[in-house]
Ligand binder design. Structure first.
Ligand code: 8YV
Length: 314
């Protein structure tokens, strides 16, 4: 009999089609048909989640046969890891394959905010150009970049920024041996020293709200905040307040505290660029993520070790 697998996230068709072929697969059945979910819950052995999805202790309690959670994404902050550890449930993610895309988007947001792509585009489309040239913006090349979280993605951002002649520094839980960039022991200390502050840290309780009013104040009126990590890392109300009062210059945000709800204050601001959690959202990368998320399940149900179990970082 094919193992029963459920998804708890929006997944692309090229993944769900394969899952349907290989497994007794039910796509978001817990949302779509709670009665059908109750009926199959006792035999669910695999769960497919995404970076944004939640797999709570309560949900796992309803799935007594669960063995593996395959996350279609690198972040797994939505998974109750304590509950998975207690139950011996394997958790896998899709590292590496999305690093380039996420780093590309971070650089793109920096330039889009600083060179004012959106208001400049509006200037052309609305016919204002005929009245005179667009106002001057701020330079990215050679500016100071602070990276909050120098993991795989943070390093890929740094590598790209080097090509822009940026002066790079970082903060992380501690100084990382062998890294040539300047280390600062806190987000605040880093923010004081940079023009661009990019958040590329893990989400979850350890980083919740770490970019707060104090950090934004330190970033200062010429500073730009970029977030391609998790909305939870930033105190979103403090960010709105800082933007309103001109305490920072602008922001480029791919992630939010309560997706897909984006605060109307942010939507109304022209010095903010908003993207709908699409940093890994290219066809090439999502296919590679799908291959890996699928391969993890395939290996597990063939009695082999999963390919990319999460590296738990406490
Ligand atoms: C999502 C992400 O997983 O990798 C992550 O942690 O947040 C994203 O790549 C992706 O949007 C799939 O839902």
């Amino acid at each position: 009999m094919k193992p029963t697998v459920v998804s708890v996230a929006h997944l692309p068709d090229f993944l769900t089609d394969r899952l349907r072929e290989a497994f007794d697969f039910r796509d978001r059945v817990h949302e779509r048909d709670p009665a059908a979910f109750d009926a199959i819950a006792p035999r669910v052995r695999g769960i497919v989640a995404s970076g944004e999805a939640r797999v709570s202790r309560d949900l796992l309690a309803r799935l007594p046969a669960a063995e593996i959670i395959s996350v279609f994404g690198v972040g797994y902050d939505g998974i109750d890891l304590e509950a998975t550890r207690e139950r011996g449930i394997t958790v896998t993610n899709t590292p590496e394959v999305l690093t380039d895309d996420v780093a590309d988007l971070a650089i793109g947001l920096m330039i889009a905010v600083s060179r004012e792509f959106l208001p400049a585009d509006c200037y052309v489309r609305s016919g204002c150009w005929a009245e005179g040239p667009y106002r001057l913006t701020r330079k990215v090349s050679g500016a100071r970049l602070g990276i909050f979280g120098l993991g795989r993605i943070g390093r890929a951002i740094a590598l790209r920024a080097e090509a822009f002649g940026m002066r790079i520094s970082y903060t992380d839980r501690s100084e990382i041996a062998g890294v040539k960039y300047a280390y600062f022991p806190s987000a605040r200390a880093l923010a004081e020293q940079v023009d661009f502050f990019v958040v590329s840290a893990y989400g979850g309780p350890a980083t919740r709200g770490l970019v707060d009013a104090d950090v934004l104040e330190a970033l200062g009126p010429n500073g730009v905040l970029i977030n391609i990590a998790r909305g939870s890392v930033i105190d979103e109300l403090a960010l709105i307040d800082a933007l309103k009062k001109g305490r920072i210059r602008g922001a480029g945000l791919d992630v939010f505290a309560d997706e897909p709800d984006v605060p109307p204050e942010l939507i109304a601001m022209e010095n903010v660029v908003l993207t709908p959690h699409v940093a890994s959202g290219t066809l090439e990368t999502r296919k590679a993520m799908a291959d890996l998320a699928y391969a993890n399940l395939e290996a597990h149900f063939a009695g082999k070790p999963a390919l990319t179990p999460i590296r738990v970082e406490n």
